[in-house]
Design a protein around this ligand. Sequence first.
Ligand code: GDP
Length: 297
Amino acid sequence: MFDSLSDRLGGVFDKLRGRGALKEQDVRDAMREVRIALLEADVALPVVRRFVDQVTEKAVGQSVLRSVTPGQQVVKIVNDALVEMLGGDTTPELDLNAAPPVVIMMVGLQGSGKTTSTAKIAKLLKEKHGKKAMMASLDVNRPAAQEQLKVLGEQVDVATLPIIPGQQPTEIATRALQAAKLQAIDVLLLDTAGRLHVDQQLMDEMKAVAAISNPRETLLVVDSLTGQDAVNVAQSFSGEVDLTGVVLTRMDGDARGGAALSMRAVTGKPIKFAGIGEKADAIEVFHPGRVAGRILG
Ligand code: GDP
């Protein structure tokens, strides 16, 4: 991910750095290339415009152009703007400050990587944060979904709620909360049902589950390979439920980067985790600063 964007930007900045003195026109020329690189990376157009305008305004200032190292200063301005675009300086932590069992509700479309991400986060909470976690699948639409979570639970050694066939999602959520209380679980992860498209039935089901379980975190799982669609899906979901963050999966793939770069600006929601593979530990906390560093090389 970001490889071709990184190459393109690297080329632009090498030229800038190589010049010594910079004129306003040099900066404007470079920004035109940055604009094209971002659009080719599938970043949303309004986001690109805002980015280029902000960076240009700062970079053509006299204090930059007259400085000893103008090229480097421009690169720093771009870096800071990229960090901002990716979500800002601070790494968004999971908010677990509530009476246990703290509920994390996982939502998303089918195939986005929701069930896998649920197990990955449960493993992370157990191993990195010392939390006692439990997972429950509320997906009664896809026959194998509950089994899939059970198998993943065995792999990562995290308890899953025993399956009772025929129960509705809200009944499963109620049972999961009771079980979590009885077993002194710290964090309960609810893997809600996916759908092929965003539809009203799905949204109503999510709201009903949220009303019962009062989630501290509602994480939307989206596939970075779907680019702008991922951002559109996030917008649809955030209009319906109170999302607290996004998990962007398949960051190990060859996505161009548009989803990661547009998500915060378009939806206002922070990317909290990046899925970077199929294995249970292939997940990273999303650090905007590090990701910007990777893009700028
Ligand atoms: P769900 O329908 O949203 O629950 O999707 P699943 O969790 O079943 O994931 C669908 C497929 O995507 C599975 O084969 C996962 O192994 C795979 N997958 C999930 N996350 C990632 C990721 O970050 N990287 C890669 N390469 N594959 C992933």
